[in-house]
Design a protein around this ligand. Sequence first.
Ligand SMILES: Cc1cc2nc3c(=O)[nH]c(=O)nc-3n(C[C@H](O)[C@H](O)[C@H](O)COP(=O)(O)OP(=O)(O)OC[C@H]3O[C@@H](n4cnc5c(N)ncnc54)[C@H](O)[C@@H]3O)c2cc1C
Length: 504
Amino acid sequence: MRDSKKINIIGGGVAGLSAGIYARLNGFEATVFEMVNRTGGACTSWEKSGYNVNGSIHWLVGSAPGIDFYEMWRDLGVLDKIDFYYYNSFIEYKNIDGVDVHFYTDLNKLQQHLLSISPVDSRLIEELIHCIKLVADANFTMDRAFGLLQAWDWSKVFLNDIPAVTALGKFSHMSIHEFAKKFKSKILRKAFQNFWSPTMSMSFMVLQLSYASNRIAGYPIGGSGKFMEKLTNRYIELGGKLELGKKVNRILIKNHEVTGVQTEDSAIHQSDFVVSACDGAYVLFKLLGSNFIDEVTLDAYRTLETFPSMVYFSAGIDRTFDTSEPSIIGHSIPLAKKLKVGDLVHHRASFQIYNFDQTIAPEGKTLITASLDTNYGFWQKLHQKGEKAYRAERSRIGEELLKNLEREFPGISSQVDFMDIATPITFENWTGNHNGSYRGWLPSPKSTKTKISSHFAGLKGFYMAGHWVATGGGLPPAAFSGRDVIQQICKLEGKTFATDQKSI
Ligand SMILES: Cc1cc2nc3c(=O)[nH]c(=O)nc-3n(C[C@H](O)[C@H](O)[C@H](O)COP(=O)(O)OP(=O)(O)OC[C@H]3O[C@@H](n4cnc5c(N)ncnc54)[C@H](O)[C@@H]3O)c2cc1C
């Protein structure tokens, strides 16, 4: 090994393991501390009645060449011997005022379809599709750590792809809801408004549709379980140390420099660097105290919206769904009557029908999942009332969703092998993310322009990775942020950043 400097990493999610792998590829000693008894964090899976419930990945941006994330996933060892499923549909809306709206991943087909629903909106539809195509053709290179990019580097990114950056910039100023309001067609307005969180930036939707149309974002067969197994194995095979069931409850600091971490069992673990790859609020405000944090970051934690937490429905169904078109977000169906999930009211629900992954269900059976936005506060109060009330509310939501599935797929109620509901409390307990958020900051028009620091001038040796420093969250930004901090540490140590095993 070239160097024995040591990096302690807090959190064994995708960001922590990515940091660990790049640390090992660059000759550092690495230890990942994970508070629960397995790696994965928000990217998880669990066994239930013979099914392997996929708790995260619908798609992995960068699963195929055409985007820099692909190289990163190759470095991280998750692409070998995994088959990817590429979708032809982004979301399937059933029955919006009597019309089915399909968000095809083929952009020409999508344009024709939207025009057939609302010819009077032709200008808006053509403008949108044109922008998605420009972005799909662009190459926003991501080879250098964001923390190391100078003004000139940003200018180069801009100059390389002026039309795409300009088009995307235009959409970044408005939320998806504001964009939706521009449609004269009530059906298209409703379709866009239902897409995701109302305050999310329209540029996020454009990016997502561009990835889908380029077919560079597939679903890994085997889901989150298989994906995490590969990532964890890669880290271990490279000689990374993994401490499971070890919650970090102190960051050790001497003279404005980190010296290691302490775990809940009072053990001290010395290191030259500490990388936080877990909940940002916990680390910044509970472990560090606000003395070190810069104004932009403080303002972010005071004002930015996080991804709302969710209720996650999963069910094992004893039947196949041969005619359902697989779709990234799923099949959005209207609910017979409005459904309150916490304090939020839902009129539709999107179900992911995993008829395209036979490895996560027993033969002839199918896993179905659905995520519904909710508010953390409601569940926190309910959970404090006791197990009985908490359990009853989860059952009520599950039963309501099942009744609606029954209308869509008659007979399904008698084919249920299991049904389960995870809540924001489940997410909080499992990942430590505050408010049970499952992917950090919501990419709103404000947050996408906020650069959240991964390093603070007054605290040597401390870095942050994970979805709390990568607005919009998701697996690629989380993993990239882990790569990013190791690249910054290499620069500090005068090392050339290595991405393959040759340099160990
Ligand atoms: C239902 C669902 C669907 C999703 N679908 C997709 C998708 O299709 N594509 C996509 O790209 N992304 C998707 N995501 C988002 C993606 O899973 C997350 O953004 C990503 O996994 C976040 O990784 P992370 O490492 O930044 O954070 P986390 O996964 O939150 O990891 C943090 C880790 O730190 C640990 N930890 C916390 N505190 C401590 C402590 N004090 N000491 C030690 N360990 C600690 C936690 O246990 C956890 O393992 C989805 C998420 C969900 C929930």
